[in-house]
Design a binder for this molecule. Structure first.
Ligand SMILES: [Zn+2]
Length: 497
């Protein structure tokens, strides 16, 4: 059996010891995208959180089946397709492909199963029929409504009182305002499928109940999604699945907090404050986003502002620098002997490096606290960077930084950070940051070479002038024994470094 862990369960609002349905196995269902537009950085948070969660569980020996659906038919898709003058199915297909490109570009593993609504209609219709048979839903004028009052524990997940609720679905034939649609009668010109209640299409909530049940069984281990889905979406999933299957739907509910804009505003298409993943990845390496999300506890609300990614990139760069420094260190002595010779910084690197793996497991096994794990990682990287300035470190500290290098490798495997060779990463940062500033790389390299030439001619004033010119373009030149290197200033990060 893999080692245990604890999770905050939204239903109990408590930390709970995780017990799987089957030893060593975890079935995880996460609500996916409604594919009518590009994925934005709000979606990316859930994508990164659950990708990392799965990555970590697998590293610990769990056999995980990860299911994430696509909602490929719904009002928004139909409306947008009509605006563009194309079929809803063509629009959905195009957006699914764009989503896959984003997932791949972010370095996320694709889920094991990605069911779609339009290919799950039979299962959806069958589940609705069972819910009606069991007396929890009724048909009226081609619609099928879930009878909320028939399901006693309705509201338990989200803590709502039925009497105070109304669903967003139109009233056509509803008995109670809280009742919600399982099946919607076809409207002219909209995609529709046959059913015992006439032509129509599924309501939003029923699709996840049907797909989760089909892929993972009537009861699933962990159901995830953004906190904004708790009500009504997940509350309704519980009602449908439990009414249909007669057993508990989900053992552990895991919800990630939302990205917030200034003054607590949520990011959303309808709010016009959206930053697409595609656009972010043109100007930042993908791990920047990953670090930004994982630096925060997955349940916390996360403020988004213009400084968020430059700061995360500064931090990420320090991690890569630390690895670069550690990799070039050599030596033959025992770590203890080197630590004794080099003093406090060296002792710290050795201690933090050796403690890291255990601390990572402790942090992630306690409600997946990536924030804590990354704080430890940054302390370790800072210590390595400090040790790097010690003049004997390069020649002697190799054996001492071995645990730190192992820690960096472990972070790659479990959290998907520091997975690129350092030089590739630094080049990617240069290209993307220059692109975002509209500066040409050839121009920078010409200026750096000019400055080299002036220095060789001992024309110091000229050389300094070019350095200032580069600095005004946010290019920092560093002179070393092998000549000059340059990097792009990462605003906030470099200012404080
Ligand atoms: Zn869902």
């Amino acid at each position: 059996m893999p080692p245990g862990f604890r999770l905050h369960n939204t239903r109990s609002r408590k930390l709970e010891e995780f017990t799987p349905l089957q030893p060593g196995k975890i079935g995880l269902y996460v609500c996916g995208m409604t594919v009518y537009d590009r994925a934005h950085v709000g979606h990316a948070r859930a994508m990164v959180v659950f990708d990392t969660f799965v990555r970590y569980l697998r590293h610990r020996g769990w056999e995980v089946t990860f299911v994430r659906n696509f909602t490929d038919v719904d009002d928004k898709i139909i409306r947008k397709a009509a605006e563009e003058g194309i079929e809803a199915s063509a629009l959905a297909e195009r957006e699914i492909q764009a989503f896959h490109r984003d997932v791949d570009a972010m370095g996320l593993a694709r889920p094991d199963i990605e069911p779609r609504v339009t290919t799950s209609i039979d299962q959806i219709v069958a589940l609705i029929a069972t819910i009606i048979e069991r007396g929890h839903a009724y048909a009226a004028d081609g619609n099928v409504w879930f009878d909320v009052k028939s399901f006693e524990s309705y509201g338990q997940l989200s803590g709502q009182k039925v009497d105070e609720l109304r669903s967003a679905d139109p009233d056509a034939g509803k008995r109670e305002s809280a009742d919600f649609a399982l099946w919607k009668a076809a409207k002219p010109g909209e995609p529709a499928w046959d059913s015992p209640w006439g032509q129509g299409r599924p309501g939003w909530h029923i699709e996840c109940s049907a797909m989760a049940g089909t892929e993972l069984g009537a009861t699933i281990d962990i159901h995830g999604g953004g906190l904004d889905l708790v009500f009504p979406h997940h509350e309704n999933e519980v009602a449908q699945s439990e009414a249909g299957h007669g057993c508990r739907y989900v053992n552990y509910w895991m919800h990630n907090g939302l990205l917030t804009m200034a003054a607590g505003v949520k990011m959303g298409k309808s709010l016009g404050n959206v930053v697409n993943i595609e656009d972010v990845l043109k100007t930042f390496p993908a791990e920047t986003l990953r670090l930004y999300y994982l630096q925060n506890h997955y349940r916390s609300p996360l403020p988004w502002n213009d400084e968020a990614l430059p700061e995360a990139l500064g931090m990420l760069s320090r991690l890569y620098e630390a690895r670069d420094i550690a990799e070039t260190m050599r030596g033959e002595e025992t770590p203890e002997k080197i630590a004794e010779a080099l003093g406090a910084d060296a002792i710290k690197v050795l201690q933090l490096g050796r403690a890291f793996e255990e601390q990572l497991y402790t942090a992630l096994d306690e409600d997946f606290n990536t924030s804590k794990a990354l704080a430890n990682l940054l302390s370790l990287a800072r210590a390595v960077n400090r040790l790097g300035s010690h003049k004997k470190a390069k020649r002697r500290a190799g054996p001492l930084v071995a645990p730190a290098l192992a820690a960096f490798e472990l972070v790659g495997r479990t959290m998907g950070l520091m997975t690129t060779p350092t030089q590739d990463f630094l080049e990617e940062v240069k290209d993307k940051r220059l692109a975002s500033m509209g500066v040409s790389r050839a121009e920078v390299e010409r200026l750096v070479a000019d400055r080299e030439a002036q220095r060789e001619a001992k024309a110091w004033a000229e050389a300094d002038k070019i350095r200032d010119e580069l600095l005004a373009m946010s290019i920092i030149v560093m002179d070393g024994p092998q000549g000059s290197r340059w990097k792009v200033r990462l605003e906030a990060a470099d200012a404080q470094a």
